[in-house]
Design a protein around this ligand. Sequence first.
Ligand code: HEC
Ligand code: HEC
Length: 257
Amino acid sequence: MRLSPLLSLAVVSLLSLSIFGCDSAPGRPKAGPEVPRPEQVQDFATLYKQNCAACHGENGRQGAAVSLANPEYLALAGEDTLLQVTAKGVPGTLMPAFAQSAGGMLTDRQIRSLVDGMIKQWGKPGILAGQNPPAYAATGAGDPQQGQQVFATYCARCHGADGRGMTAKDAGAAKAEKSFGSIVDPSYLALVSDQSLRTTTIVGVPGEGMPDWRNDVASHAMTDKEVTDVVAWLASQRTPYPGQPYPTAPAAQQHPH
Ligand code: HEC
Ligand code: HEC
């Protein structure tokens, strides 16, 4: 089984933290006489590159963390969520808080500029009109048992019957170059929030071949309830402290700052 992108990211983040300390933390550009003071940078491309690209990909795609250059994602999450998450991060995951008020390095104006830039450059107004996607956030608790059925219908052909992944050969894709990593690995589930599982289930993984909620196997798009249930099934496989040397301090809570 290969390491999922997120796990590789965790390894890299921990390594760079231990080697460079907090100077390599996102949001802290190198000092230099010609360089504008960090809090003066307002340009979206620069801010994105310095703070987000390492995890979310050079152009907002194909990074280890969720693609932000995805118009469906941006429309689904909405401006308020984007502002909120960028400012405060996602506690217990690798997504750092960037607002100075939350211990980060960016001013409120810089966060605004990042979110405006993402929506302007990568968004597409009205892209979800008439598409009736599941809600961004779950509105109730899911049913893990139902979720297992949902998984069998929509997900197993790529992620394996039990979610443990499979090789391209197992998947019957003789020429496929990729194999699908486990999405029920405790170390993976420990690093990722339920919201992130939900986001991925709804918007898919563009450019990597994972379809969005509209899928291509069933006669209908995934319903809100199906998404909630399948996430509940995945989440039910989380173990409290997966393989942690220090059971009282989950590694997922060691913040990059
Ligand atoms: C160290 C890696 C890292 C960096 C740097 C980072 N992110 Fe993230 N980001 C993540 C991870 C991992 C998640 C998923 C967190 C979770 O499990 O919910 C995430 C989630 C998000 C989400 C929410 C996705 C959702 O499900 O709705 C947004 C929005 C986001 N990041 C924006 C940004 C922006 C903007 C920046 C730069 C200012 C940034 N991130 C920098 C790792 C990172
Ligand atoms: C056509 C193939 C395909 C189908 C169907 C599919 N996926 Fe995926 N999925 C992928 C690929 C490819 C990736 C990204 C590469 C990887 O991590 O294996 C991925 C990644 C993921 C991830 C993130 C893994 C990570 O490392 O961050 C989750 C969670 C996920 N899928 C859940 C699901 C769920 C839930 C379903 C069913 C509703 C589903 N997938 C259906 C191909 C698929």
